[in-house]
Design a protein around this ligand. Structure first.
Ligand code: WTA
Length: 655
């Protein structure tokens, strides 16, 4: 594969197709540079003008950026707006009958909701929440399947000024409980079941279990959307069916006008400790980021059929399902199921059936689709596609080439978008009508995003060298704090070692001689499994909470499909198990982690030792464990290792 080899060296570029450039919102590299220069010249006015242009303000702002309480920045903070108004009401005059959401259920059934209909549903549900005494600033946990109702729930919270916190439906009751408690939620919105890949999984029973764990007195109501209609137990005073709640409710609701800095949502994500952090976003700054990236990176056009495959439980499902596309007035697909059901052609069939123009997914999905049917896209009519996107982890050049040639038929640019839960919207990504692509590179920062790479002392490194990815100036869509833990926010993202001024993303990266950014991976103990962030400490805490386990260390290992696989090294309280015993305990510990966190955190492999490799001061030597997990010969310095004999033991896989 000579072409791919040279790409791996970063030399081959793919300039945008002439036909694409002609219709693009931003054509030619010069216009990209002009926008960047404008931001450099007058940073505040650059953002101020965009905020005036893009957002509908109830009360205009007079201040753009307040940096006085670094790093707790405020943007446009004396302005007032409502996000739901910006996503729905603004389209009622211009395009009420345009379809906002095309929902395709797991079994293929399609339902549509226009902007008028969605507005009506959101207002009704907002009235429902109000009748439950949920109001401005209250926290609401949303634990729902991919559905129009999930979007309605999020938008209704935004409409009344409540702060939602969506918990991915794949998380366990224990994880749900942890988030309910941390948020001090007053209400939980969920469903009886979720249906994926032909199977039903109860969500309500996880809610019941979470609410039986104690410390949840803040929760006054539970609203249950009836997805499957299978019998579900209702707690007499606390639970209410979604359809009963909205039955007699008015379908208008005057939006609650909130300040620009009012928190729109918190979203829990993994960090380098055992406790997930509640990343808290603002209203206006966040909205601005999603709007601009829809326009600049997705090159949004009113005729587009937009499809972001992310679940609303992740940030991508917030910015590019629940908010960005609606704020733009787009028609988007929401898909309930999985890419492999009823067969691996499902994604391609959806693109064909609904004439999708813009398709945004994760490299792990692309890799698994290559594996299950490299030629399948050829059997479908994918001619409606004009733009492809990738998010969540680095896309390897081989997967990029397949995506580009087989799915995009060498016609559609691929926007490889680097960003994070904390950044709220795209940070590094090509403007597709302007920037020539290099497979595997997320190319350049968006205009106004002052990204660079520094060494461990905070000094910028020259092109060709690697280091820490940082953003030098605050930007509107940056998270404002961590829920209930501002100190952790400051320490994690604005560390003193780097001078305390720059936003530290937590990724390492390099820039090639053309200035293209290449993301190399996390610098902290965070794994990226199928595009999902998981803290090694979280999995370790789950393992050691098992009565059999004395100690555990978790590392990542490269995996063809998932990006990274989870390998756990475990020391039991009793003797080290062998043979069938080891196998059985390994199975039960993997199940245990699934119950504690969720299936995404289940270790791929467990190895048992009498001990873990440690320095004399008792620190676990993770670099050795990483080498063992990869099956590499240990060539590293082990002179500080207390117990070298342990290495051999840990190199033994369980069959
Ligand atoms: C990784 C997802 C390389 C990165 C939006 C980041 C990526 C973490 C890319 C954030 C990309 C995301 N190329 N790596 N295009 N996009 N990442 O918070 O390590 O779930 O720090 O947000 O995913 O994951 P999160």
């Amino acid at each position: 594969m000579p072409a791919i080899k040279s790409i791996l060296h970063g030399s081959e570029t793919f300039p945008p197709d002439a036909a694409f450039v002609e219709q693009s919102n931003l054509a030619g590299l010069a216009s990209y540079h002009a926008l960047c220069a404008e931001a450099e010249r007058d940073y505040e006015n650059f953002w101020g003008n965009l905020a005036k242009e893009q957002i509908l303000w109830h009360k205009p702002f007079t201040r753009v950026l307040d940096e006085s309480n670094h790093p707790f920045f405020k943007w446009f903070d004396d302005g007032q707006l409502n996000i739901s108004y910006n996503c729905l009401d603004r389209h009622l005059v211009t395009q009420p009958d345009k379809v906002a959401i095309i929902f395709e259920a797991d079994d293929g059934k399609v339902t549509r909701s226009t902007y008028r209909d969605l507005h009506r549903r959101v207002c009704q549900f907002a009235n429902g929440l109000k009748s439950l005494d949920v109001g401005k600033g209250d926290r609401v946990i949303i634990y729902m399947p991919m559905s129009i109702e999930a979007i309605v729930a999020m938008q209704a919270c935004a409409r009344i000024g409540a702060i939602h916190s969506v918990v991915f439906g794949g998380f366990s009751a224990k994880s749900l409980h942890e988030r309910i408690v941390d948020a001090g939620a007053v209400a939980v919105i969920s469903a009886d079941e979720q249906v994926r890949g032909g199977k039903s999984i109860s969500l309500k029973s996880a809610v019941d279990e979470a609410l039986s764990m104690g410390g949840v007195d803040s929760v006054r109501s539970v609203v249950i959307y009836q997805r499957s209609g299978k019998d579900s137990k209702c707690h007499t005073t606390r639970d209410v069916w979604w359809h009963d709640l909205i039955a007699d409710k008015d379908d208008t609701y005057e939006p609650e006008w909130v300040n620009a800095e009012h928190p729109l949502f918190t979203l829990y994500t993994s960090g380098s400790t055992g406790k997930p952090k509640g990343v808290q976003h603002s209203s206006a700054g966040y909205l601005l980021g999603t709007l601009l990236s829809m326009k600049w990176i997705f090159d949004y056009k009113p005729a587009d059929i937009f499809w972001c495959t992310a679940d609303v439980g992740w940030v991508t499902g917030h910015s590019y399902v629940a908010y960005g596309p609606l704020a733009m007035g787009a028609t988007q697909i929401i898909f309930e199921g999985v890419p492999t059901y009823p067969d691996s052609g499902r994604f391609w069939k959806i693109i064909q059936d609904h004439k999708v123009t813009t398709f945004y997914t994760a490299p792990t999905a692309i890799r698994s689709l290559i594996k299950s049917g490299p030629d399948l896209p050829g059997q479908f009519d994918l001619s409606s596609l004009r733009l492809l996107g990738s998010v969540g982890e680095p896309i390897n050049p081989e997967a990029w080439m397949w995506y580009y040639t087989v799915v995009g038929q060498s016609r559609c640019p691929i926007v490889d978008t680097w960003w994070q839960t904390e950044t709220g919207s795209h940070m590094l990504a090509p403007m597709p009508g302007a920037v020539p692509l290099k497979p595997g590179s997320c190319t350049f920062p968006l205009p106004g995003i002052m990204a660079t790479i520094v060494d461990e002392t905070g000094h910028e490194v020259e092109n060709g060298k690697g280091g820490f990815l940082v953003i030098k100036r605050p930007f509107p869509s940056l998270a404002r704090t961590l829920w209930g833990d501002p100190e952790r926010f400051r320490k994690t993202y604005f560390p003193q070692d780097l001078g305390g001024k720059y936003y530290l993303a937590g990724d390492s990266a390099s820039r090639d001689l053309d200035g293209y950014f290449w993301i190399m991976g996390r610098i902290d103990d965070v794994l990226n499994v199928s595009g999902h962030r998981l803290g090694t400490m979280e999995i370790e805490s789950a393992l050691v909470s098992n009565p059999l386990v004395a100690e555990a260390a978790v590392v990542g290992k490269p995996h063809d499909i998932k990006g990274e696989a989870i390998i756990a090294f475990v020391v039991l309280k009793g003797i080290r198990p062998h043979g069938e015993d080891a196998h059985n305990i390994s199975v039960s510990l993997r199940e245990w982690v699934t119950k504690e966190i969720g299936p995404i955190a289940r270790p791929d492999e467990i190895r048992f030792g009498d001990n873990l490799p440690k320095t004399r001061s008792g620190k676990i030597m993770r670099r050795l464990l990483r080498a063992i997990a990869r099956g590499e010969k240990i060539t590293q310095d082990i002179s500080t290792l207390e117990n070298p004999a342990i290495l051999e033991q840990l190199q033994q896989p369980i069959n």
